[in-house]
Design a protein around this ligand. Structure first.
Ligand code: ATP
Ligand code: MG
Ligand code: MG
Ligand code: MG
Length: 480
């Protein structure tokens, strides 16, 4: 089943069950505590917190999400993307566990010809929170899941709260068993690679007080109105229903992956390291398209930096795969990604020119940065090795940053490829010193202490010396 069809079926199932279909919100979070939306419930948060009242008591959506914290997992696990879509159904003081659990099961197991996803119940396992007997009973008695297929999980996995006083409660998750070739028997408790998490059902049941997040907070009582928030990973379900090994090989992301292999002259499936890189490229290009589509521009801070980092990681991986440093690959891959996503997001077609403009420009700037800095990097790495060291100095990393605009991420990665570490502590000290100096200078200027007139006259006389070191991405000093 195609990804777009899975999304349609999900919405229509919940619509038939009385839910209002709510379009995805932008990736740029309205919530000031977040940069980008990491979960389907985010746009509904004010309703869950009782700050606003919705026009409906139940809703369903396919929400665009970005999880930057998963970036290092991408391509290495079978299931983590930076951009993904969360299918969700929500109840605002309407139905609770007794309805949410059977509805989820019904959709997942109803045969395809009858509008469901047709997953064999024998392939499914579920988890509930340690003391949530209520949920366990619903799974066992109402749904008919065998007791040995219901596992109990602790705080870390199966408890939800926002980290602050407010609503909280247990979760229950549905897992798909990919079979013995993916790992050991024993349910999600035993192997998270073999048993892949597809759907999280959150039961907002209690009011929590102040305290640490790992259970170190008091429960103040039951919420007067209990809520449901669920999240089903669209790409994960697509991988299951399409019978592929991982989310990067599904119909949409897979198209970018295979085109990237063609363009770089590699062959997917031949070499583990290359495969990881191809998966990273496929994931990251798509995330970049979606971020730019929602108005994010590459920059050195916040969402802009997330985008820049994602684009630079794609470019680096494409260079490593192809062994070429002069070819620009992103234009073509962006075209493929937009084409693959246009059924779900037709607005991408109208925005295609803008998306290409932003991505092409960043790729070109980064190529200039790399060209300028790579020689210096090579010399510094050589010096380090000749001195018998394995640690790239903080001052070299700082110079690369300051003069050539190398983000520290990039230096770390390039050093690691050569078996070197980087003295990050001294790098950060130098960054701090530079910041302090800049601050002091600014202050001095404000106080009118600096006599710039002589300097200005000198410059006029001598003609300005052109400083060639910087690229437009030179200053990343705000980046933490
Ligand atoms: P995992 O344990 O596999 O990292 P999670 O517990 O962090 O997943 P949730 O926060 O429960 O995930 O999110 C709800 C659902 O969203 C998950 O069950 C999964 O299907 C999907 N999902 C979460 N993170 C990702 C991701 N990085 N890429 C793709 N899908 C994801
Ligand atoms: Mg996770
Ligand atoms: Mg999990
Ligand atoms: Mg989860």
């Amino acid at each position: 089943m195609e990804t777009a069809e899975i999304a349609r079926r999900f919405l229509s199932f919940f619509e038939k069950n009385g839910h209002t279909v709510v379009p995805s919100a932008s990736l740029i979070a309205e919530d000031p505590t977040l940069l980008l939306v990491p979960a389907g419930m985010v746009p509904f948060k004010p309703y869950f917190l009782g700050q606003r009242t919705p026009d409906y008591s139940t809703a369903t959506s396919v929400q665009k999400c970005i999880r930057t914290k998963d970036i290092e997992e991408v391509g290495k696990t079978s299931r983590h993307a930076t951009f993904f879509q969360m299918l969700g159904n929500f109840s605002f003081g309407d139905y609770f566990k007794e309805t949410a659990i059977p509805l989820a099961w019904e959709l997942v197991t109803t045969p395809v010809e009858d509008g469901g996803f047709g997953i064999d119940p024998e392939k499914l396992w579920v988890t509930v929170y340690l003391d949530d007997d209520e949920a366990a009973e619903i799974w066992r008695d109402k749904v008919g899941v065998r007791p040995e297929r219901i596992q109990r999980m602790g705080m870390e996995e199966n408890y939800w709260s926002m980290g602050v006083p407010g609503p909280c409660g247990p979760c229950s998750e549905i897992f798909y068993d990919r079979g013995p070739e993916y790992g050991v028997e024993g349910g999600p408790e035993a192997d998270e690679n073999r048993y892949i998490e597809i759907w999280n059902l959150v039961f907002m049941q209690y009011e929590r007080g102040e305290g640490g997040d790992k259970g170190g907070f008091p429960i103040l009582g039951e919420l007067p109105k209990k809520n449901i928030d669920t999240g089903l990973g669209l790409e994960r379900l697509a991988a299951v229903l399409q019978g592929v090994d991982n989310i990067y090989e599904t119909d949409i992301i897979g198209r970018v992956l295979h085109r990237a292999a063609e363009l770089t002259g590699t062959s997917y499936g031949d070499d583990h390291d290359h495969d990881v890189m191809l998966r990273v490229v496929a994931d990251h290009v798509r995330s970049a398209v979606m971020l730019v589509g929602d108005g994010v521009k590459p920059g050195n801070e916040k969402a802009g930096y997330v985008l820049r980092r994602i684009l630079r990681r794609s470019i680096r991986n494409l260079r490593l795969l192809s062994g070429e440093s002069d070819t620009l690959f992103l234009h073509e891959l962006t075209t493929v990604s937009i084409d693959a996503m246009k059924d779900i997001y037709p607005d991408l077609l109208d925005k295609a020119d803008v998306i290409h403009g932003v991505i092409d420009n960043e790729e070109k700037n980064f190529a200039d940065t790399l060209r300028a800095g790579t020689a210096l990097f090579g010399r510094a790495a050589e010096r380090t090795r000749q001195a018998g060291g394995t640690q790239f100095s903080g001052s070299d990393a700082f110079q690369l940053h300051d003069t050539y605009g190398f983000p520290i991420d990039l230096t770390l990665e390039m050093a690691a490829e050569q078996g070197l570490t980087v003295d990050e502590t001294s790098f950060r000290e130098l960054m701090q010193r530079q910041k302090d100096t800049a601050k002091a200078d600014a202050k001095a200027k404000k106080l009118g202490n600096a006599d710039v007139s002589l300097y200005a006259r000198l410059l006029e006389g001598a003609g300005r010396t052109e400083f060639l070191g910087y690229t437009d991405s030179a200053s990343e000093s705000q980046v933490k």
